[in-house]
Design a protein around this ligand. Structure first.
Ligand SMILES: [Zn+2]
Ligand SMILES: [Zn+2]
Length: 315
């Protein structure tokens, strides 16, 4: 580390200490409680809410809206999602969309940026290695491939704030502001919440979906299914799997095989007993006129899950 960088680090540390001292003198902030003084249960619930907000942002905005253009969002809502991505993950929308589109284009071949097929997830140790290390390192490696970003990164944000803040300082949000916010709100325990928030997407998106979504679970749609004239019925399915039928924890991304069968559909549930929480969010945004589906509902592009039948939504 050179002298300038270490001086910058010390300046930031002293500045944070000073802010902490001023806050403890003039507000109810203490290092152990922060401004909000939540109980342990309160802290757990808060962590679950903010991490789930990030999951919803990834599935509804990054995945279904930007990468696959299954719906369009009101510009304000869209920007809230963009801010949250920068603030809690530091990921570039353009890079994420490009790498994901390449994954679909080259699914489960040697050119797929993050298929686990050639890695082998046969043992528990390999599975853990993928979920915690390999998944995210493959993503990061591909994000440094300019050819991929150029070839697949079209139709992604490229405005003033993207150039001057989000793309220019990708880790200012998650690396500094999110940590400061958490310490202000919760004191030093906020640092633990910060760590969990920062790890949530690398583990659940890069690790679990990109790995286990092509290895573990059941398939509604099989790669070898053919039409009457001999063509593959679902050419994009490959080895993708639905991990579990109820998609809540990862916002519906659990239904990865269904998604590969109908990649442009913003709805991932295909059976009456499957549930996709992300499509509930989309449906709510549509009802509030904050989102619009790109293509009208068709037999293959409507949600066929239980909640669709119960509420007769979107026909
Ligand atoms: Zn996939
Ligand atoms: Zn996709």
């Amino acid at each position: 580390m050179n002298i300038t960088k270490s001086a910058q680090g010390w300046t930031i540390a002293l500045l944070l200490l000073l802010i902490g001292l001023i806050m403890s003198a003039y507000t109810s902030w203490t290092p152990s409680n922060g401004l909000l003084d939540f109980s342990l249960i309160g802290l757990v619930v808060w962590t679950l809410i903010v991490t789930h907000m990030t999951i919803q942002t990834v599935t509804v905005y990054l995945h279904r809206t930007v990468a696959h253009r299954g719906l369009s969002l009101n510009p304000f809502v869209s920007h809230c999602f963009r801010f949250w991505i920068w603030f809690t993950t530091g990921m570039s929308v353009k890079e994420w969309a490009a790498i994901h589109r390449k994954h679909h284009a080259k699914v489960d071949t040697l050119d797929d940026p993050h298929t686990p097929i050639y890695f082998g997830l046969g043992s528990v140790s390999q599975l853990l290695k993928w979920v915690f290390v390999e998944g995210v390192s493959k993503y990061v490696k591909e994000s440094h491939n300019p050819k991929t970003i150029e070839e697949y990164g079209h139709n992604t944000p490229n405005d003033w704030i993207e150039k001057h803040l989000y793309a220019l300082h990708p880790f200012l949000g998650v690396g500094v502001l999110l940590g400061v916010t958490n310490v202000v709100l919760f004191g030093l325990p906020g640092l633990i919440i910060w760590g969990i928030q920062a790890l949530w997407i690398p583990v659940f998106a890069a690790g679990v979906i990109n790995g286990m979504g092509h290895w573990f679970g059941y398939q509604n749609f099989k790669r070898e299914e053919r039409t009457a004239d001999g063509k593959l019925r679902f050419p994009n399915v490959a080895y993708s799997t639905n991990m579990i039928p109820v998609g809540i924890l990862i916002g519906g991304e659990e239904l990865h095989n269904n998604h590969h069968a109908y990649p442009v559909s913003p709805f991932f549930a295909r059976k009456w007993w499957e549930f996709d929480l992300g499509s509930v969010t989309i449906r709510l945004l549509c009802l509030l006129r904050l989102a619009k589906l790109r293509t009208p509902f068709t037999a293959t592009n409507k949600v066929q899950g239980l909640y669709y039948r119960m509420f007769n939504m979107g026909a």
